[in-house]
Design a protein around this ligand. Sequence first.
Ligand SMILES: *Cc1c(COP(=O)(O)O)cnc(C)c1O
Length: 377
Amino acid sequence: MLMIPGPTPVPEPVLLAMAKHPMGHRSGEFSALMGEVTAGLKWLHQTTNDVLVLAASGTGAMEAGMINFLSAGDKVLVGNNGKFGERWGKVARAYGLDTQEITAEWGKPLNPDDFKAALEADTAKAIKAVIVTHSETSTGVLNDLETINRHVKAHGALIMVDAVTSLGACSVPVDEWGLDVVASGSQKGYMLPPGLAFVSVSPKAWDAYETATLPKFYLDLKPYSQGAAKNTTPFTPPVNLFFGLHAALQMMQREGLAAIFARHDRQRRATRAAMQALNLPLFGADDCASPAITAVMPQQVEAEQIRSVMKKQFDIALAGGQDHLKGKIFRIGHLGFVGDRDILTAVSALEATLTKLGYSQFTPGAGVSAAGQILLG
Ligand SMILES: *Cc1c(COP(=O)(O)O)cnc(C)c1O
């Protein structure tokens, strides 16, 4: 039982859709499928922009988004309050971008005022792009993308968003907010195995493409865009993952965007209420809590021991901490194909685990009861 922030559980209709012979990717059959998939992706992104599919993980989508619209020496602002924000700084520097980071302590959200100050100080308009991780998976913090984006819009730079654990979990209204580049990956909110990455591209980003000179070939997005207009791909796509994507998008459309976001919000609140009822300190405040992942910093009991018993005894995979948070936090994923029953299962298994480890700072049943109350709301 995967309760990690990716790979996430895959529903049976998606697994079955993939259990087919591949078809030729230059066939009319594949083009018909790709047309439907593209329409579904635009629906999920709430956009009429291009949404392009790459055979890559989420990092590939982010890298593509960064290198197609910029030139070496361009100045970029990168938000860094965790492992993923840190990664985008590394990618930017690897390509010779003039990288300025806006940082916040891990577990705290980025401060939109810091972006405002840096952007307002840039009267020469040297900053070409602002790169923000929406849901910082390493800490369970949701950054205030809407406010940060407003400051970016006032300045005129491109906004590039890592929406890998927010897309499909909470609203990322690409057109309404005018998000230029939005990257995501199949193994997170899409209810698919790893292997596909997605990037949406605004007309403004395509304008920047015309003068951008960073080197690119496999990740050159233009051929993907030209291909998508004719329901085809520049290279051999992972055909069976497209079968799965088609089925997953159909499931999502049946559930509806509002219901999907409400489910993630409910499960986030239920998980957090359960941790509080178990007197396990949450890592990160309620008002910036990710809809996809809850980070917990237990006291008097080891995070790694909790993960080990949960895995061995109950076959439930929880994520650990990264870098300096290794061994200090554990993270519960509630992203994608997660039902309310899964939350209750994980919380009750956690209660049993805590008891086995000698942690007695809670009334047995308190976590399940707190989560149940919210789920049944
Ligand atoms: C998982 C994830 C990524 C992408 O990681 P890959 O391993 O390249 O798929 C990027 N950003 C965030 C916030 C993530 O959670």
